[in-house]
Write a protein that binds this ligand. Sequence first.
Ligand code: PRT
Ligand code: ZN
Length: 294
Amino acid sequence: MTTRLRIALQKKGRLADDSFALLKKCGLRFAIRGSGLLARVKNMPIDLLLVRDDDIPSFVANGASDIGIVGENVLVEEQLTHTNKLDAEIIMRLGFSRCKLCLASSEKSNVKDTQSLDGTRIATTYPGVLGRYLKDNNIKAKSVEMKGAVELAPSIGIADSICDLVSSGATLEANGLKAFKTILESEAVLINSTRTLDPIKKDILDKLINRIDGVLKSSETKYIMMNAPKNKIDAITAILPGSDAPTIIPLAGNDELVAMQAVCTENVFWETLEELKGLGARAILVLPIEKMMS
Ligand code: PRT
Ligand code: ZN
C-alpha cells in the first residue's frame, strides 16, 4: 500500500473554499463530493480529511491527520482549552481568512475600554483566548461562554460586552456594537505535530510546502514592463517594489526611451504606477506570475 500524507481541512465554511483553492493551485487534483470524510488526491499520494475546523488541531495532535489547515484563532483556543498539552504547531502562515478577535461593546454601554471591564460580563465563544487575556492583564471580568450568536448577548442582557471574531466589521455595526480592543490577530495556518514523520510522508510534505511557498510568493509577485526615458532609469529602479536589477532593452529607432522589465516581489499598487508615470514611464503593463520556484 502506498504511504499517503493526510491533510485535515474544514469540510464546509469560511476556510474551506480558500483551502481547497490553495491546494488546487499547488497542482493537487481532487473532487469534494457528498458527505464523505476522506477525499483522495488523484495525482499525488495525499488524502484530504474533511472535518469541522475545531477538530483539526486535535486530529493533527493525535495522529489522525499528519497536517492540517486551520484558523490560528481555533488553534490557539484549542491549545488553551485542552486538558493535555496539544501537540500541534504552525509550519506556515497562509495569508487567507484573516480576522481579529476583538472586545466590543454597545455604544450606549458603560464599557468603553479595557479599563472599564472589571466586574462586568463578556460573552464569547473563545473562553480560552479571552481567559488568557484577562489573566495576563489582571482584569477581573466574568467570561460568559456561548456557542454562537455572541453579537446578540448585550442586547438581550446576558453580557455587558462581547469578545468575537471580526472581519469586515459589518456584524458589529448591524448590532450597534463597536470594537475597542483586538486581543488576537488570525489567519489560516498550516499545522503539524512535533512527532517525527515517516520519511516518505516527510518528502511529500516538503514538496507540498515548497509548492505552497511558490503559490504564496507568486500571488504577490508581478512582472512589470514599461517604456521609460533613459535618464530616469535609476529613479524608476528605485521605486519598483521588491525588485532586483531590471532588464533594460533598447528600443529600435528611439534614442530617448528604453524598455524596462522587472519582477516585483511586493504588491504593485496604483500609487506606484502613478509615480512611474510621473517619472515619464509610458505603456506600463503589470502582469501576474502564475508559478515561481527559486
Ligand atoms: O462548521 P465548522 O465548525 O467547521 O465552522 P465554523 O462555523 O466554526 O467556522 P466558520 O466557517 O464560520 O469560520 C472558520 C474560520 O474562518 C474561523 O475560525 C476564522 O479563522 C475564519 N474567519 C475569518 C471567520 C471570520 N473571518 C468571521 N468574520 N470566522 C468567523 N467570522 C464570523 C464572526 O464570528 C462574526 O459572527 O463572522 C462574523 C463577523 O464578520 P464581519 O465580516 O461582519 O465582521
Ligand atoms: Zn467550528
